[in-house]
Design a protein around this ligand. Structure first.
Ligand code: MRU
Length: 360
């Protein structure tokens, strides 16, 4: 099933709030519906949000033809509305900046050609996304030993991207190479992206897994049952600090305490070199009902005060390596990420690990 697809002038999304119990496709016919889908997590995961927003710009261009304010003004307002949906995953801003730059460069085109050019660009981003995930899979699979027992948090599979997956993509690539792997799936409170989505994907891929609650990770690490941790990221900043789903930092601290390698897997569209360190990342705060309720059923008394940050930041010192679509970066991350971002953009070979780094 496709995470997202543009067909007959509409963006079709597999509604991730309904999985795994029902596979429902939602149809977005205007950019307001895309904003709602991103905010309500019908589409979620850093790269998938960016791609949905890119197609949201295409929808806005379609709408703009009938608007009095003028196409450019209408489109800029729509892009601001899409930008305001979620603050943490940098892919959203990366995708919107790219679409906005193209729209401005092609402002001379007639309406039909303008929409066609934007649609081609969003389609190209979707194609590049799959390619980059497969590259990360090839880079990362080398780091997965035969028989590895891998712990993951949240969902970083095909549902979180256009196709294939980031951290789950690496696990999938290792499995496809014939390595026997087993995945410990953190349920990922409060919204259960692990319990609902990662399990659903692993089942379809026939990759063995065991679902655990978030609080069980320490227990299994202490018993020697976890060989490595692999997670996706929503924003990797210049010094290698990385934001990911709330709870990731705790998993990284535990991995460090048990001397277990901890890997982030993220394409360069998730890398934000303009932000120097993790304390500058804006963390999304979500509704209290996500914590006071469990799958629609209230579990805390009325009036309970709640904190609900959707993400946390893992400091680079806890990370063994960041597997990107341009190669694998290790400490010192600042230097290595900047090298990978440079014009050479890393080495093309799947074994590209920057010189001077040691493997754990
Ligand atoms: O709130 P979500 O479900 O959008 O959060 C998603 C994550 O934290 C993923 O781990 C992250 O986007 C990286 S996987 C592509």
């Amino acid at each position: 099933v496709k995470t997202l697809e543009f067909r007959d002038g509409a963006l079709l999304l597999l509604d991730q709030t309904r999985l795994p119990l029902s596979a429902v496709i939602v149809e977005c016919r205007d950019h307001h519906q895309v904003c709602e889908a991103i905010q309500s997590l019908r589409v979620r995961g850093a790269p998938a949000i960016g791609l949905a927003a890119a197609f949201g710009v295409v929808l806005a261009a379609q709408e703009a033809a009938g608007e009095d304010v003028g196409r450019g003004v209408y489109l800029d307002a729509a892009i601001e509305e899409l930008r305001a949906t979620r603050p943490t995953a940098v892919n959203l801003f990366w995708a919107l900046d790219r679409m906005q730059a193209l729209a401005r460069a092609q402002a001379h085109l007639d309406d039909a050609s303008f929409v066609a050019v934007l649609l081609a660009e969003a389609g190209e981003m979707l194609r590049e996304d799959e390619e980059s995930n497969r590259r990360m899979g090839a880079f990362g699979a080398d780091l997965v030993p035969e028989g590895a027992r891998i712990l993951t948090h949240c969902n970083s599979g095909a549902l979180a991207v256009g196709a294939y997956g980031t951290a789950l993509g690496v696990i999938r690539a290792a499995h496809d190479q014939g390595k026997r792997v087993h995945v410990w799936v953190d349920e990922t409170r409060p919204l259960l992206q692990g319990a609902r989505l990662t399990t659903w994907e692993l089942q379809q891929l026939s990759i063995p897994f065991t679902l655990i609650t978030d609080s069980m990770a320490a227990h299994f690490m202490a018993r020697g049952d976890v060989d490595l941790v692999m997670v996706g990221a929503d924003r990797v900043v210049a010094n290698g600090d990385a934001a990911n789903k709330i709870g990731t930092y705790g998993v990284a601290v535990l991995a460090h305490a048990h001397d277990i390698p901890f890997y982030f897997v993220a394409p360069f569209s998730t890398v934000d070199l303009a932000t120097p360190s993790g304390d500058r990342i804006v963390i999304e705060q979500r509704k209290s009902e996500e914590v006071t309720s469990f799958h629609g059923h209230r579990i805390a008394p009325e009036g309970t005060v709640v904190a609900n940050p959707a993400f946390d930041v893992t400091p680079a010192r806890l990370t063994t390596a960041i597997i990107t679509d341009r190669g694998v970066a290790r400490a010192p991350f600042g230097e290595h990420l900047a090298n990978l971002a440079g014009p050479a953009g890393g080495d093309d070979s799947p074994n590209s690990v920057l010189a001077g780094t040691d493997r754990r």
